[in-house]
Design a protein. Structure first.
Length: 423
């Protein structure tokens, strides 16, 4: 059995130590030595086996090709960043002037260029602030404006946002009291008016972004609520900054503010297509109260997030925007080309029409015409565990690889992954 330090001295492994760290490489060597003891490999193959087992990156997160047909897949990290955002994040990994004025040589407002980009993107907002996600934005607003007071909210908007977390629990955790009004399916302006009083911190409107109620329904609009004489906060959730014609029922920050909302909270990693962050937009004095609250320090974002957010706002169209606006005919052509390549190699593959969804708790009920490569269901597991992992969806006993969320330049990678899985 070769000694551990002797194997680690192999030039190939020594170089890898610089990239992955000694502990990771040593663990791979020890595992390879164990394989020798079990008779699986020869002693002289320890270095090769260790190299083959090493991860490509120091972190264990693996890049995945999302072919589920869900454009914003929370389990796969929500919106993919644009190349401009990725580059900006890499630049921000080193020392940067995130809170420093290079010209004056003094401390400056943290993330000022990202905040300026956000303000430019939503001119209807007097001021803007950024925290680490939309739940944090809502918690900060509730703490700064309504701790020890009441938040008036419709019973139809007491939603669960995922993983067991619920809006009412988040709000109560801030020290605010909930004043529930109306019913699950109908809440009128009169319901709100009867509840508003000296103890009201604000009225909250929560967009039910991950479900729909149809039939005998009704709700009061932002413009109506703005006349109640108390701040109106609107949690629009998905992060649209302006109207999206493809998603006519999805609220956006600009329209909501112009309708009379005093504050809007939203996510940056959904329809905006940026990094995980929460946005607080609206009336200057209210945003300032949030910014100056002690909790804001605990919820602030880092330099990498600020850089990626600015690049998303200033840069070219995001991958999500491109996927959302993809031509269905072009998608079918891509699926057919992929299926032809695979069929020529003996894979049971065919192009089929499909329907994609927005996902991420955005635009519930909206179906986007798409196209997929239909494969035998048995390929699902080897594709998920391949390199790169390809994640599709099983439907009707077939594995569907929906191409809408995948850039066209990755089609070759998909073909190679399927061929490897089908061997």
């Amino acid at each position: 059995m070769p000694r551990t330090d002797t194997v680690l001295a192999d030039p190939r492994l020594a170089e890898t130590v610089e990239r992955l760290g000694r502990a990771v490489v040593k663990d791979a060597v020890v595992a390879a030595q164990q394989r020798v003891r079990q008779g699986e490999i020869e002693p002289e193959d320890v270095a090769d086996a260790a190299l083959a087992a090493l991860p490509r990156h120091a972190a264990h997160l693996r890049p995945v090709i999302n072919m589920t047909g869900v454009l914003i897949h929370t389990n796969l990290g929500r919106a993919p960043l644009s190349p401009a955002a990725v580059e900006a994040a890499a630049v921000a990994a080193g020392p940067v002037d995130v809170e420093f004025d290079l010209a004056a040589g003094v401390r400056a407002r943290r993330g000022r260029t990202a905040l300026a980009a956000l303000a430019d993107a939503v001119p209807a907002a007097d001021d803007v602030h950024v925290v680490n996600n939309n739940a944090a934005a809502l918690v900060l607003v509730a703490t700064a404006l309504a701790a020890g007071r009441e938040i008036v909210i419709s019973r139809g908007e007491l939603v669960e946002i995922g993983d067991g977390f619920r809006i009412p629990d988040l709000l109560v955790s801030t020290g605010a009291r909930l004043r529930e009004v109306g019913t699950t399916n109908r809440t009128t302006l009169a319901d709100y008016r009867a509840a508003v009083g000296p103890e009201t911190g604000f009225v909250l409107k929560v967009h039910p972004s991950n479900f729909r109620i149809e039939g005998f329904t009704g709700s009061a609009g932002i413009t109506e609520l703005a006349g109640l004489g108390v701040p109106v906060v609107s949690d629009i959730g998905s992060g649209l900054l302006e109207r999206e014609p493809l998603l006519p029922d999805e609220p956006d920050a600009t329209t909501t503010l112009k309708a009379g909302a005093h504050l809007v909270t939203a996510s940056a990693d959904k329809l905006l297509g940026g990094p995980q962050a929460g946005l607080v937009l609206g009336r200057r004095d209210l945003v300032e109260r949030c910014r100056r609250h002690p909790l804001a320090r605990a919820l602030r974002v880092g330099k990498v997030t600020l850089a990626a957010l600015e690049a998303t706002l200033r840069g070219p169209a995001t991958p999500l925007h491109q996927a959302l606006h993809a031509d269905p005919r072009a998608l079918l052509d891509r699926a057919q080309a992929l299926a032809d390549v695979l069929a020529d190699s003996g894979i049971d593959a065919r192009a089929v029409p499909a329907e994609a969804t927005v996902g991420g708790g955005a635009a519930p009920g909206v179906r986007l015409p798409s196209a997929a490569v239909s494969l035998p269901e048995r390929l699902a597991a080897p594709l998920r565990t391949g390199d790169p992992p390809v994640v599709g969806r099983v439907e009707g006993g077939r594995l569907l690889l929906d191409v809408r969320a995948v850039p066209a330049d990755r089609d070759g990678d998909v073909a190679r992954a399927v061929l490897a899985a089908g061997r």
